[in-house]
Write a new protein. Structure first.
Length: 277
């Protein structure tokens, strides 16, 4: 099994001094990130629908085999509106043309229970965006049903496994798999902060025991999957980057079942002005 490890986003000022060297400016963050990880999940696309030029320029700043996972805009995942659909398709198509697109992420809100309406909308998104390989992350426990797995598979989507606190209505923590690809997002296990602001919700530092839990679960699935994407979303203060590096070490030491994808050599295109200039 190929294992790709990275973080949800990379352009965080509070990572300077912990993950990024002191004094690192925003336009140099991606270049440094690419020296440590082979892929990243783009979260800014949730708040600001990207343009084709935006994602193409971002792709060209990375090594040739570096990969991006792109989060759907909230107009698609939360508001269930088509206004950004065509523009989003054009944007991710531009990134795919650069050879840097690993797939898409549709993160549903916890308010999206399993209903006929929400299911029909996901089916439409799967139809419209299926060629880009879309993964879906459920937040409400009503989707944690055995028949949902088969339905997700029929829609040719990847089901996202999550690491979250144990809360009554939250989609449960644990490894799930609907295809030959495993997609894991680690958020936090801090129940008291889950319904706080975004920054507080994801302020969590995974310990070795918790990371080893995931490494062992992946080892059990190693023969049932071709690859796994593992993204850390506990982005406060550089914890995501530190935990991602630590998980890579744990997995390398644990078993030969994994092929951990290493960072790619810098391309000649690297070092151009950043999207965040």
């Amino acid at each position: 099994m190929q294992v790709w490890i990275g973080t949800s986003g990379y352009s965080y000022p509070d990572w300077v001094g912990s993950f990024y060297p002191a004094g690192t400016r925003p336009q140099r963050m991606l270049a440094h990130y690419c020296r440590v990880f082979p892929l990243v999940e783009l979260n800014f696309t949730y708040y600001r629908p990207p343009t084709a030029d935006m994602l193409a320029r971002l792709a060209r700043q990375t090594p040739a085999k570096f990969q991006f996972l792109v989060k759907l805009p909230r107009s698609l995942s939360h508001e269930e509106h088509t206004r950004d659909l065509v523009g989003f398709r054009n944007a991710v198509d531009a990134m795919r043309n650069e050879g840097r697109l690993a797939g898409l992420l549709c993160q549903l809100p916890q308010a999206a229970h399993r209903t006929r309406t929400h299911s029909a909308w996901l089916e439409r998104l799967a139809s419209e965006l299926g060629e880009y390989r879309m993964a879906v992350e459920f937040r409400h426990r009503s989707w944690a049903n055995s028949d949902v797995m088969g339905w997700v598979r029929e829609q040719r989507m990847d089901l996202v496994a999550v690491d979250v606190p144990d809360l009554p209505n939250l989609y449960p923590r644990g490894l799930v798999q609907s295809s030959e690809r495993i997609y894991i997002r680690l958020h936090s296990r801090q129940a008291e902060n889950w319904y706080a602001s975004g920054a507080d919700r994801y302020d969590y530092d995974y310990d070795d025991w918790e990371l080893t839990e995931w490494a062992r679960a992946l080892a059990e699935h190693a023969e049932r999957a071709e690859l796994a994407y593992i993204l850390f979303n506990n982005c406060a203060g550089g914890q995501a980057a530190a935990n991602a590096v630590r998980l890579r070490t744990i997995m390398e030491q644990q078993t030969s079942s994994f092929h951990i994808v290493e960072p790619f050599p810098e391309s000649e295109e690297g070092g151009q002005p950043s999207l965040f200039d």
